[in-house]
Design a protein around this ligand. Structure first.
Ligand code: APR
Length: 287
């Protein structure tokens, strides 16, 4: 059996035998939907380092001049045009089916493209927000983008939008560099990381914090497992509290630092459906 098939089979066994598996995803899971990633060979930042520098200043610009920021945002909204046109791919859909089978309990994504939501994932944490939503930076309330008539606000010179709840400033929900991760998402993501016994990390270079801290928190968790010995004296063994699997086109710091137990190298749109297919075979074999 080829190495890839052995890894797929191992991941499927780990998934089926897990009690609380979660998936963490990054831009790599959406490239097969036509949305470029950031740091891969064809990445947006790889091809246009200036764009990355601008992105690093976006949140500061909003804080200094929310009106000007909104004018710029609406003018350049076609930035996300390709996201609106994109459709979930086989990788997103495989995670949805794993959730339906009860094999996957939560997806925590860095992506703002809303493809996991459109694919049908129910327990979803959008760690960096979503281009499909807006958010009040005072009370944190999130809105569907269409709840505000942005073109009309622009024409009537009434930008920036204000929160109907608390009158705070409203911005796009996407979390900019230097902007705090919304409290609810940060707390819930930590809860999910703490309780998982399997973490599948799909399509991320794992270099952006605090998201990249989640696998490291899990790796540091150790369970003390007592085991009896021949003399009846109990020994306490530290065993990894969770299995961490990477599904990625290339190795990442998680691979090199031994945070992940193993990496399945390739396309998420092929590997995740293969893991799902093997998991379903294992389940039916035990039925
Ligand atoms: N299948 C598997 N891996 C893939 C695929 C694919 N089809 N396509 C790309 N990859 C890999 C790339 O090789 C890379 O290692 O996915 C990873 C994507 O890494 P990044 O482009 O850095 O994206 P991500 O990790 O999500 O970036 C994190 O950085 O710019 C910010 O806020 C932005 O959320 C983003 C964060």
């Amino acid at each position: 059996m080829r190495a890839m098939e052995q890894l797929i089979e191992k991941a499927a066994r780990d998934l089926v035998s897990s009690k609380y598996a979660i998936a963490l995803t990054g831009a790599g899971i959406s490239t097969e939907s036509g949305i470029p990633d950031f740091r891969g060979p064809q990445g947006v930042w790889t091809k246009n380092p200036e764009a990355e520098k601008r992105a690093y200043q976006s949140y500061q610009r909003f804080q200094e001049d929310p009106r000007g920021w909104w004018h710029e945002r609406i003018a350049s909204d076609n930035e996300f045009g390709e996201m609106r046109m994109a459709l979930p791919n086989a990788g997103h859909l495989a995670l949805v089916e794993m959730e339906k089978l009860g094999l996957l309990k939560c997806v925590i994504t860095q992506n703002v493209d809303a493809l996991h939501e459109r694919a049908g994932t129910q327990n979803l944490l959008e760690y960096h927000g979503s281009t499909a939503k807006l958010r009040c930076i005072s009370c944190g309330m999130r809105f569907r983008r269409e709840e505000f008539d942005l073109d009309r606000l622009l024409q009537e010179e009434r930008l920036p939008p204000h929160c109907p709840e608390c009158r705070g400033l409203v911005k796009t929900d996407s979390v900019g560099f230097g902007e705090p991760i919304p409290g609810y998402v940060a707390r819930r993501s930590l809860e999910e990381a703490w309780q998982c016994d399997l973490m599948i990390i799909c399509g991320t270079s794992a270099v952006v914090y605090p998201f990249a801290q989640l696998p490291r928190i899990v790796r540091q968790r150790q369970m003390e497992v007592e085991r009896s010995t021949s003399t009846g004296i109990y020994a306490v063994e530290n065993v990894p509290a969770a299995v961490i699997i990477e599904v990625n086109a290339e190795p990442t710091p998680l691979t090199f630092e031994g945070v992940s137990d193993y990496i399945i190298r390739g396309q998420t749109g092929e590997i995740l459906p293969s893991i799902l297919k093997e998991a379903k075979r294992l389940i039916s074999a035990t039925d």
